[in-house]
Design a binder for this molecule. Sequence first.
Ligand SMILES: NC(=O)c1ccc[n+]([C@@H]2O[C@H](COP(=O)([O-])OP(=O)(O)OC[C@H]3O[C@@H](n4cnc5c(N)ncnc54)[C@H](OP(=O)(O)O)[C@@H]3O)[C@@H](O)[C@H]2O)c1
Length: 272
Amino acid sequence: MSITEEEVILNNGIKMPKLALGTWFMNQKDTTISAVKTAIQVGYRQIDTAQSYDNEQEVGLGIKESGIERGDIFITSKVDAELKDYRSVTDSIDTTLSKLNHDYLDLMLIHNPTPWSKALDVKSQYFDENLAVWQALIDSIKIGKIRAIGVSNFEKEDLDNLINKSGVIPSVNQMVVNIGHVPNDLIKFDQEQGIVTEAYSVVTHGVTLKYPQIQTMVDKYQVTVSQLCIRYVWQMGLPLWRKSTSLNHIKQNTMIDFQISDSDFDYLNSLK
Ligand SMILES: NC(=O)c1ccc[n+]([C@@H]2O[C@H](COP(=O)([O-])OP(=O)(O)OC[C@H]3O[C@@H](n4cnc5c(N)ncnc54)[C@H](OP(=O)(O)O)[C@@H]3O)[C@@H](O)[C@H]2O)c1
């Protein structure tokens, strides 16, 4: 089975394809439409966008041009991290649906617990504000605008706040996971709560990539660094997000039909 066909069942019973085309930094109209269309034709069934990526309209057009039925594609978007009150969020969901030209969204995430503009402000956890955003998402499910809801970049205390005060457990938590950066405690917490951890930035970079053993494994398995990194996260069992506008890369990122041995996997786990 191709990895594009693999799915995970979310905590509300909805099936989600495990591989997604990410679209961050895809803001050229034609390139985005073409990448989305190409990925769907290659077999991708989930597309990940966000209000702040400013490309929801192009994502909608790419899906339309692919010729695949709307119901066969899973679309994720994210509420702009700057929006932290109920009304702005419900309004923004309507705008997202209008830009996509669809009457429902499969999954909507809170993009970040803190507004990006306040990311360096450690004083506030935005607990009350995130609860208001969460309530707007819960209510949007009830009226059929969204099928599932989740969060992104949330730590345990941010999750505790939502879960304990609303009683509704997020379906997913999207976060950075790659060789050298595996937030094991948070992934374990997600698992215990029935939250699916989704991985982005799966390709390791910087110091980790310079370890000669990484190149040794690339040679041994006859794959690219990207494929080794994707396979590592895939073998952890996590759904993952990879952005590309290149047909070659879009295809290559689905071709991970090899097994990282237990000893190599343990070595990769040991990298910091
Ligand atoms: N929730 C969040 O806060 C958050 C944050 C960041 C990202 N994300 C999501 O995750 C997605 C992925 O983000 P990312 O940061 O992990 O970026 P990424 O997928 O690592 O993409 C970075 C670059 O890698 C290149 N690339 C892709 N496949 C390749 C391959 N096989 N070989 C060589 N280069 C390749 C792409 O360039 P080409 O176009 O030239 O292939 C792309 O510009 C985003 O698009 C977004 O949907 C979410």
